[in-house]
Design a protein around this ligand. Structure first.
Ligand code: FES
Length: 62
């Protein structure tokens, strides 16, 4: 598991968990776990994780 937000020590898996619990924007992820709330260099990673999770959600069940 990679560190997504080094300012707050948040791994990418924790951000995925936050998204799966209902966060649907960078601001909402930041509100829940603080990732993205300081230097902002991880915002692109958070956006990517949001996009990936949306794509997985959109896949029809097998
Ligand atoms: S690395 Fe996430 S706010 Fe700085």
């Amino acid at each position: 598991m990679a560190m997504a937000c080094s300012c707050h020590g948040i791994p990418d898996g924790e951000i995925v968990d936050v998204i799966r619990q209902g966060a649907c924007s960078v601001d909402e992820v930041t509100d829940v776990c603080r990732a993205g709330g300081s230097c902002g260099s991880c915002v692109g990673t958070i956006e990517l994780l949001l996009t990936l999770e949306r794509a997985l959600d959109a896949e029809p069940a097998a």
